[in-house]
Design a protein around this ligand. Structure first.
Ligand code: NAD
Length: 301
């Protein structure tokens, strides 16, 4: 039976990925320290190891499991926290990634799949981002993810560890909390459930490429299966403004939604949209959920 390790498998995206890998018949091991992940999200059929990815224990565990594929999602994924505590952000996102890569040196791994972010690009002048564009992060979070990417590509060059780096747009879906990266839909749906009005940072015209979590899962699974090494952006190619998100929420709930405007957030990018052409061509990946479908799934659960 093929073995997979999912780091961060108690978290929002990692727990959906672990569910799907189990459905595909894989032996799934989850490494998570539960710093933001939740026990209730852990699939019963997975083997759970409550371990910090920065520890020697994590390295020994990976060596003993001998996985075929590692999906590395564990991270400090909160942009604001990265600005207030860059040391921890760097320690988890860079140090933790290096620690796992060190364990991979002695494995015959089929693939190391890394969850990166479109935040590595910063405020690009291009309206649609592609893989070859220069990276220039605006937050310590984006910087630590970019540094982790560079370690991964160098480990590949030096020690032949096959990798796929996936730079996600704004992921949303059930189990997301308001804390992590791209949590605006989680923040909005949480406020709606409490009957509170929404706060729109800035003018609300800032756009993002929102990707439903099941589409991110299918991108990871395609990456885990494919022999191709490379870096891909994972998005729909469709920009959606914050005000558009509110309109979709209004259509889905059938209710008018009140909101107020607040300050722009430091480190926030104005526009971000990702071109899925390369991942479509190389990995055969295409998003299956539009925002109406994704938001109604998110509200239903
Ligand atoms: P999340 O916070 O829900 O999941 C991260 C998981 O990692 C949590 O379960 C947490 O407990 C675990 N973790 C954190 N530090 C750890 C450590 N030192 N040792 C072991 N486990 C640790 O976040 P998410 O939204 O599911 O993000 C998953 C990945 O996707 C992250 O790498 C994130 O940077 C990336 N990403 C997310 C988005 C998004 O929109 N949510 C966008 C781009 C990239």
């Amino acid at each position: 039976m093929e073995k997979a390790i999912v780091t961060g498998g108690a978290g929002f995206i990692g727990s959906h990925l672990a569910d799907n890998l189990i459905k595909e018949g894989l032996d799934v091991h989850i490494i998570d320290d539960l710093s933001s992940g939740k026990v209730k999200h852990l699939p019963a059929a997975a083997s759970f190891h409550q371990v910090d990815i920065r520890s020697q224990e994590a390295r020994e565990l990976i060596t003993s499991i001998k996985p075929d594929v590692i999906y590395h999602l564990a991270a400090q994924a909160d942009v604001n926290r990265s600005l207030n505590d860059p040391h921890t952000d760097m320690s988890v996102n860079v140090g933790g990634t290096i620690n796992i890569l060190e364990a991979c040196r002695n494995l015959s791994l089929k693939k190391f799949v890394f969850s990166s972010t479109s935040a590595v690009y910063g405020n690009s002048s291009e309206s649609v981002l592609t893989e070859g564009m220069p990276a220039s992060p605006l937050s310590f979070y984006g910087l630590s993810k970019l540094a982790a990417e560079r370690y991964i590509t160098l480990y590949h060059d030096l020690f032949s560890i096959p990798y796929t780096i996936l730079r996600y747009g704004n992921v949303y879906g059930p189990r997301q909390t308001a804390k992590g990266e791209g949590g605006v839909i989680a923040v909005f749906t949480d406020k709606l459930s409490k009957g509170e009005s929404l706060k729109v940072n800035g003018d609300g015209l800032q756009t993002r490429d929102y990707v439903y979590v099941q589409d991110i899962v299918s991108a990871n699974m395609a990456a885990g299966r494919a022999p191709d090494v490379g870096t891909f952006v994972v998005g729909t190619g469709i920009p959606t403004s914050l005000l558009d998100v509110i309109k979709i929420l209004e259509t889905t709930t059938g209710e008018s939604i009140p909101y107020v405007h607040g300050q722009d957030r430091p480190g926030d990018i104005k526009h971000s949209c990702l071109d899925p052409a390369l991942i479509n061509r190389i990995l055969g990946w295409t998003p299956r959920y539009n925002m109406d479908m994704g938001i109604s799934e998110t509200l239903r659960r």
